[in-house]
Design a protein around this ligand. Structure first.
Ligand SMILES: NC(=O)C1=CN([C@@H]2O[C@H](COP(=O)(O)OP(=O)(O)OC[C@H]3O[C@@H](n4cnc5c(N)ncnc54)[C@H](OP(=O)(O)O)[C@@H]3O)[C@@H](O)[C@H]2O)C=CC1
Ligand SMILES: O=CC(=O)O
Length: 325
């Protein structure tokens, strides 16, 4: 008999066909109240789950006694209680690598847009405010040659370093759990403490996962260490930052600006003070959002799920201890 898979993310026709050839599929089109009710109804017979952007807590998972695998269409796994999944021997997989370059592109788009005030000035033109040559009041700040600070030198951090070093001649500072000699050799990057990075980088970029250790890592104390010319970029997770402290730092001109793809609460409230600030560029958690990359992520997730449901070990298994071998 076919295994039962619950999708809470729509797949391309091609991937859907592939999944349906091997599994009985229930598709939850939208995660609104009705969709969540459908999900609850489907969980009791589910063997596999595939989707993203849903906090799958124990209360939901307890409705799914037969669940064997979850394929997250994301690299970040902060939406899952990994200890609980491991205890139940539910295999959790994610989609690393395929989104690395696209997410780093987003990071650089935010660096450029914030430093060169692209959104603000494009809006000025759109609103008919370009009546004469712009002057210093509208000038930005250079990106090339400035110091790029990367907090979390993993896959995406490294792709950001590559762009900064080769594309923009930027000296690279980084902070991670441990030094990365290969990154230092390839990009001339220099390992330093978080404090040094905050004090010296012109662009402070977050590329960390959200974990118990990183939750609220960047707060008032961190912003106080940054310089008034610094620009803060977050393409990791909103909860790594104390958003109220960020708003205060922007209000008090402790930093020059911020490029933000992620927020404490998503979607960001329309009345967030961040949206009133000209020196903030806010994007809707779009780090990996290109047609090509989202399809590659979905394909990766389908591969992981089908492997698990066939009794194999998914290539991108997150909780290795759940694997019996
Ligand atoms: N905005 C978006 O749309 C996207 C956001 N993301 C976010 O980016 C994150 C990173 O992805 P990816 O680069 O693939 O992940 P990696 O695991 O490859 O890199 C994360 C890096 O963070 C470092 N790190 C973790 N905890 C700490 C800490 N407490 N202090 C210092 N360094 C730390 C790790 O260092 P070490 O190696 O030394 O342990 C690791 O190198 C994801 O978890 C996700 O949250 C990802 C994709 C898209
Ligand atoms: O935020 C996106 C992810 O893949 O993680």
């Amino acid at each position: 008999m076919k295994k039962h898979v619950v999708l809470y993310k729509k797949l391309s026709a091609q991937l859907m066909e592939r999944l349906q050839a091997q599994a009985q599929v229930t598709l939850i089109e939208r995660l609104d109240a009705q969709g969540l009710a459908q999900l609850r109804a489907a969980l009791p017979t589910a063997h596999g789950l595939l989707g993203a952007s849903l906090k799958l807590d124990a209360a939901l998972l307890d409705l799914a006694p037969n669940l064997h695998a979850i394929a997250s269409v994301s690299v970040g796994v902060d939406n899952y209680d990994i200890d609980y999944l491991t205890e139940r021997r539910i295999l959790l997989s994610n989609t690393p690598d395929v989104l690395t370059e696209t997410t780093a592109d987003t990071g650089f788009a935010l660096i450029l847009a914030t430093a060169r005030r692209v959104v603000e000035l494009a809006n000025l033109v759109r609103e008919g405010g370009w009546q004469q040559s712009i002057g210093p009041r509208h000038f930005g700040t250079d990106v090339h040659g400035k110091t790029l600070g990367i907090i979390g030198m993993g896959r995406i951090g490294e792709a950001l370093a590559q762009r900064g070093h080769f594309g923009f001649g930027m000296p690279v500072l980084y902070h991670s759990h441990s030094p990365k000699p290969a990154v230092e050799q390839r990009f001339g990057a220099r390992y330093c403490s978080l404090e040094t990075l905050l004090q010296q980088a012109d662009f402070v970029c977050l590329t960390l996962p959200l974990t118990a250790e990183t939750h609220g890592l960047i707060g008032a104390q961190a912003f106080a260490q940054m310089r008034p010319e610094s620009i803060f970029i977050n393409i990791s997770r909103g909860k790594v930052v104390d958003e109220a402290a960020l708003i205060e730092a922007l209000r008090n001109h402790q930093i020059r600006g911020a490029g933000l793809d992620v927020f404490e609460r998503e979607p960001l409230n329309a009345d967030s003070p961040l949206l009133q600030m000209d020196n903030v560029v806010a994007t809707p958690h779009m780090g990996s959002a290109t047609h090509e990359t989202r399809e590659a992520m979905a394909q990766c997730a389908v591969d992981n799920l089908l492997a698990a449901l066939a009794g194999g070990r998914p290539v991108n298994l997150v909780n290795a201890r759940a694997w019996k071998g």
